[in-house]
Design a protein around this ligand. Structure first.
Ligand SMILES: Cc1cc2nc3c(=O)[nH]c(=O)nc-3n(C[C@H](O)[C@H](O)[C@H](O)COP(=O)(O)OP(=O)(O)OC[C@H]3O[C@@H](n4cnc5c(N)ncnc54)[C@H](O)[C@@H]3O)c2cc1C
Length: 369
């Protein structure tokens, strides 16, 4: 039997994203049982598979020439929402925007990245990303209470629990966050929620660093190409007091800026105290968006000129300069992650336990593992 025939019942015209890699075989499981079966078969046939969420950040990490593309678009159901407990459980292919829209009806929010486009819950978790509001609400990984992961060889593993205090043993939900699909497909997750503040405003200011020092627990302070915005949330009295101290231009609501775009996309991560220094070291012509007090800078450039020096400096600070998107040639000239972290053998061994035939996203992580 041909490989196409083996997977025939899972092939669905469900993958509507642009930028799909060339891949003859694309499947979109409709249930987690189907996903288990697909990965079991992929292991048996020694295939290389790429997991496709919204496809918004497939450029992060090593490039893969896949035999099989597994789209999570049909795993998009709401499983359980407990507004009184501030928890929600969803399948991982649900779009972030759909989840946040649903939660907003009851005045709640999951505090995931702010302008998610087509991004999915599974993609956000796999990429270990947080929105700018992490300054106030903490990172995404702190809000993942339970995870169902289907390992590279098709076993369903559940870890954590749907209550806030639940951890006994290793914290596997956090292991899944930032795993870039190297352990398997995140199939379902339970997230802790937050109440939406009754008053939200955005204040544009001339000096972002002064604003960060002045505001009391701002939701975020984000500087884009030299222009800073302070995001505030709370009761009316709390917000009004801060607005006065900031002395800027106020608009109601949170008005997020799109991230900079260019031929090459970068993520520069440094200790929070080094953020200003990092901005000052960006090569000439690079556009940027920086979370002040967070130490994350998204940048875009026309080429990689000056990137090696910037990476060397970032790594000397304990940070990193990661390629987020760019032409294929760049990935062969420059490691997308930079210097691999210590403990690579341990990580390799961990991956082997979850994905013994190395089916899912092989080579995507730092060190090409
Ligand atoms: C540096 C950086 C900057 C970002 N900036 C922004 C921003 O400004 N605004 C914003 O809203 N978001 C931002 N994000 C987050 C990003 O847009 C998405 O939230 C997320 O990373 C991609 O979701 P996706 O569904 O499109 O996943 P994809 O792009 O399809 O996949 C991303 C990675 O996750 C893996 N993956 C996808 N789904 C699963 C799954 N279910 N199980 C296991 N692995 C899976 C993929 O194989 C791939 O390696 C940023 C992310 C990074 C790393």
């Amino acid at each position: 039997m041909t490989i196409a025939a083996v997977f025939a019942s899972y092939v669905r015209p469900a993958v509507a994203d642009s930028g799909l890699p060339e891949c003859d075989l694309m499947v979109a499981p409709q249930t987690i049982d189907e996903l288990e079966h697909i990965l079991d078969l992929a292991s048996e046939h020694q295939l290389k598979a790429v997991i496709w969420g919204g496809g918004t950040h497939q450029g992060i990490g090593g490039r893969i020439d896949p035999d099989l593309l597994i789209a999570t678009s049909q795993l998009n159901r709401l499983i359980d929402w407990q507004p009184e407990d501030f928890t929600v459980t969803v399948e991982a292919g649900m779009r972030v925007s759909d989840l946040e829209e649903m939660l907003a009806d009851r005045g709640q929010m999951a505090v995931l990245p702010e302008l998610p486009g087509a991004a999915t819950i599974g993609g956000v978790m796999a990429a270990g990303v947080s929105g700018w509001r992490r300054a106030r609400y903490g990172p995404t990984r702190d809000r993942v209470l339970e995870v169902d992961l289907v390992t590279g060889d098709g076993r369903r593993v559940r870890a954590g629990g749907r209550v806030v205090k639940n951890v006994t043993g290793f914290d596997l939900p956090r292991l899944a966050v930032g795993s870039y699909g190297s352990l398997g497909v995140i199939a379902q997750a339970c997230l802790k929620l937050w109440p939406e503040p009754s008053t939200k405003v955005t204040v544009s200011v001339a000096d972002g660093d002064r604003a960060l020092a002045t505001a009391y627990r701002p939701t975020a302070v984000v500087e884009s190409d030299g222009v800073a915005k302070v995001y505030l949330g709370g009761t009316e009295a709390e917000v009004d007091g801060q607005v006065e101290a900031l002395d800027g231009t106020v608009v109601p609501g949170w008005s997020w800026e799109p991230e900079p775009t260019g031929v090459v996309g970068w993520s520069l991560r440094v200790p929070p105290a080094s953020t200003r220094s990092a901005i000052e070291r960006l090569p000439s012509g690079w556009r940027y968006q920086a979370g002040l007090g967070v130490g994350e800078i998204k940048a875009a450039s026309v080429d990689a000129e000056g990137a090696a020096e910037l990476r060397a400096w970032a790594e000397s600070q304990g940070g990193a300069l990661v390629i987020v998107s760019g032409p294929a040639g760049l990935y062969s000239d420059m490691d997308p992650w930079g210097t691999p972290p210590p403990g690579l053998d341990l990580q390799r061994e961990l991956i082997r336990r979850f994905d013994p035939c190395r089916v899912v996203n092989p080579g995507r992580l730092p060190g090409g593992i």
